[in-house]
Design a protein around this ligand. Structure first.
Ligand code: C5P
Length: 227
């Protein structure tokens, strides 16, 4: 069954996850954190000690991924892989780099496509990723491409990971995020580019509430919801 989709794409640390979660919560819609799926594939590969360049092995993992996206009693997110809580483990910058590596392989992207599209159920879906508006949901009713300066994105990621990912430093994060963006933007399959009909929002210097308001207003203008 098809449902209204709002796609929120953009580079790492632009605030897609936060904005998507708040918007989905406000609308009572479903949420797809597509990056988490790529992170889970990379994480599962590490756990099974697959060679980093084993494309067929990772593709098998992607096809049979036993993942669960839920919430704890306090409302915080809970992600299970084979029934095991990996919510924190997949958030490290190392997992992000692993995800970016497997995400460049066409067979992994193909294996995850139907799983992602299945999230589009009534009353609607907010989909967060890199290719939501270009490949996974090309008919999305509203496409946002969220950007921010590299400095601001590194700082936001740093504040997010501090305390969760021990040993994280701002300088190292800046380098890793830049490398991951380069890898995501230059890969031949599903590169990180805005859809032709996406609205680009630069969130540099804006508060989370201000970005949510902009998206809210755009959806209201298009009649997707009542402002
Ligand atoms: O969004 P997040 O940082 O969790 O994504 C991790 C990695 O997964 C990205 O750097 C990107 O390489 C990949 N990804 C992707 N397509 C998506 C979402 C994430 O290629 N739709």
């Amino acid at each position: 069954m098809s449902a209204t989709v709002v796609s929120i794409d953009g580079p790492s640390g632009a605030g897609k996850g936060t904005i998507s979660r708040l918007l989905a919560g406000r609308l009572g819609w479903h949420l797809l954190d597509s990056g988490a799926l790529y992170r889970l594939v990379a994480y599962a590969g590490l756990r099974q000690a697959l060679a980093a360049d084993d494309r067929a092995g990772h593709a098998r993992l992607a096809q049979s991924l036993d993942s669960h996206f839920g919430a704890r009693a306090d409302g915080s997110e809970l992600i299970l892989l084979d029934g095991i809580d990996v919510t924190q483990g997949i958030r490290s910058e190392a997992s992000g780099m692993g995800a970016s590596r497997v995400a460049a392989w066409a067979e992994i992207r193909a294996a995850l496509l139907a799983r992602q599209r299945a999230f589009a159920r009534p009353p609607g879906l907010v989909a967060d990723g890199r290719d939501m508006g270009t490949i996974v949901f090309p008919a999305a009713a509203l496409k946002i491409f969220l950007v921010a300066t590299p400095e601001e994105r590194a700082l936001r990621r740093y504040n997010q990971l501090k305390g969760k990912d021990s040993g994280v430093s701002l300088a190292a994060l800046s380098r890793e995020i830049a490398a991951r963006d380069r890898q995501d933007a230059t890969r031949p399959v599903a590169p990180l580019v805005p859809a032709g009909d996406a609205v680009v929002i630069d969130s540099t210097g804006l508060t989370v509430a201000e970005v949510v308001e902009r998206v809210w207003h755009l959806g209201g203008e298009r009649g997707l919801w009542q402002e």
